[in-house]
Ligand binder design. Structure first.
Ligand code: IPE
Ligand code: IPE
Ligand code: MG
Length: 256
């Protein structure tokens, strides 16, 4: 479905009959996605919520392939929030099993496509098997130099900011840092995303129009796309159409 002509030309993507024309020179470096609507997708089909989560993993694969193909550098996917522990135990248990199912089948392709798995969020409170699956995937792909596939697992932006403030306070106490030297860059250095570029585009599926504690600092100047489509229904073509929408935005960053 992709046809890359050359680096300075355009990427043509077949969308049904139409051709989506992406501008290679303005591919977002970092796309972050709130993958929402799995439960409703399942409910619409009279299926248990977990069927939606399972199908959602196929959408993850499709979007990962498409993002890597067009040259996105970082794809951050919100997989489990610090608030998702409020869900029923059975659903949490199912969600915690997904990383091992997903990586078992997908890591060979990630290696072949030179994609590196990373994560943000507090890993320690996760069940051992979940932690192991994630760290194994990170380890198996750590030599890869292409796209970073960054999973936000047990991630909450407010906790992230609290931790950053605690660490900054400690470094001030230990005289490693002077309060007057604390700049925006300093704060960014203490966030879990310190090694990643700014988020250019934030997508939320399922029609909800909120941020749900995701990357609060990092999306200060991101473009936002809220789509009615439920996450398991997202295809390569739909993702490409969102990138095209991003390319038609005019980013001003406060200037003219
Ligand atoms: C998103 O889908 C996946 C997670 C939060 C883990 P939901 O499970 O929130 O689906 P809806 O919002 O109930 O449809
Ligand atoms: C946000 O979705 C978290 C993830 C997609 C992992 P939620 O479904 O948990 O968000 P709320 O509760 O509707 O805000
Ligand atoms: Mg939801």
């Amino acid at each position: 479905m992709f046809k890359r002509l050359n680096q300075v030309a355009k990427i043509f993507v077949h969308k049904k009959q139409d051709l989506i024309q992406l501008d290679v020179s303005s591919i977002p470096l970092h796309v972050a996605i709130i993958m929402d609507g799995n439960g409703r997708w399942a409910k619409n089909r009279g299926l248990p919520r977990i069927a939606g989560h399972k199908e959602g993993m196929n959408a993850v694969k499709k979007v990962t392939r498409a993002a890597s193909e067009i040259g996105i550098k970082v794809l951050t996917l919100y997989a489990f929030s610090t608030e998702n522990w409020k869900r029923p135990q059975e659903e949490i248990q199912f969600l915690m099993k997904l990383p091992s199912d997903f990586f078992d089948t997908f890591v060979p392709e990630l290696v072949e496509k030179n994609i590196r798995v990373m994560s943000i969020g507090e890993i320690d409170p996760l069940p051992l098997h979940t932690k192991e699956a994630l760290t194994r995937a990170c380890e198996q792909t750590k030599q890869n130099t292409g796209m970073v596939l960054n999973f936000a697992l047990n991630y909450g932006s407010q906790d992230e900011i609290c931790k950053a403030v605690q660490q900054i306070a400690q470094d001030v106490e230990q005289k490693k840092l002077h309060p007057k030297d604390i700049s925006r860059d300093t704060i960014e250095d203490y966030l879990m995303t310190h090694h990643l570029p700014d988020v250019d585009l934030l997508i939320r599926t399922s029609g909800e129009k909120r941020i749900s504690n995701f990357l609060l600092w990092q999306i200060a100047y991101s473009e936002l796309i809220f789509s009615e489509i439920l996450w398991p229904d997202v295809s390569e073509e739909i993702f490409m159409a969102m990138i095209l929408e991003y390319q038609n935005r005019h980013r001003r960053f406060g200037g003219l």
